[in-house]
Design a binder for this molecule. Sequence first.
Ligand SMILES: NC(=O)c1ccc[n+]([C@@H]2O[C@H](COP(=O)([O-])OP(=O)(O)OC[C@H]3O[C@@H](n4cnc5c(N)ncnc54)[C@H](OP(=O)(O)O)[C@@H]3O)[C@@H](O)[C@H]2O)c1
Length: 245
Amino acid sequence: MRIVVTGGAGALGSLVVAEGRSRGHDTASISRRNGVDLATGRGLSEALAGADVVINCASNPRKPAPVDIEGTRHLVQAIEPGTHIVQISIVGCDRNPFGYYRAKTQAEQILAESDRPVTIVRATQFHDFAATMARSLTLGPVALGVRGLACQPVETRWVASRLLDHAEEARPQGCRRATDLAGPAVFTLPEIASRLRTHAGRGVPRVLTLPPVGGVLRSFANRTNLPSGEVEIGGASFDDWLAGQ
Ligand SMILES: NC(=O)c1ccc[n+]([C@@H]2O[C@H](COP(=O)([O-])OP(=O)(O)OC[C@H]3O[C@@H](n4cnc5c(N)ncnc54)[C@H](OP(=O)(O)O)[C@@H]3O)[C@@H](O)[C@H]2O)c1
């Protein structure tokens, strides 16, 4: 099977490319560093020619409109009819006013409204992203938390392997939503900060919990980022992932 992975040099995409190759698929990675730009569509048609499946892992959380929204439009336009698009998205993105999540929701809508075979796979925050968030909210020995806010982080490698599983399935008629993917446990950010500090041989942090301010934080505090319906739990736990770092 010929698989093209957009954002194939990224955190998730690179694992998808490696897993695709280890499963024996002809797997190509595309991103700006090999001359393909989703934001403009440059090089896209050539890169997608002959693909059975495109796994769309390209993204720009800081500036999502050109890549996540317009890039998805360009992908739909450039792809050959019948090529299956497997799209990674984020659990609860349609329930949170955060700009990046709105862009992810818009990308899903563009795909759903296209006449292409599409599988949308939503995942919770990856372990390394949850760790980065917790680190950025740890000031010396104090871990900041937001009342109610939690995450259910998931192993990126497992998400990559589930994307490949979907790529190997028969292409759907139209657009289908796969079961959401999440890791085994729910943590507050101070709970993650505490694990990170212990792992680094430092003491348990003091926790300072702040109220959620603004629509985005209130939405996270209402745990819209946790799976609410059918969910597939899998991958290494946060603790096992951390032990391997
Ligand atoms: N991180 C999380 O916790 C998480 C959780 C759930 C879902 N997801 C989703 O998983 C996907 C991948 O996330 P990630 O953390 O692996 O992202 P990442 O490491 O930032 O990788 C993003 C990739 O997109 C490529 N890219 C950016 N702009 C581009 C453009 N204009 N044209 C072509 N390629 C472009 C980048 O390559 P170049 O710079 O070389 O172009 C890079 O390879 C995203 O859709 C994200 O929403 C992430």
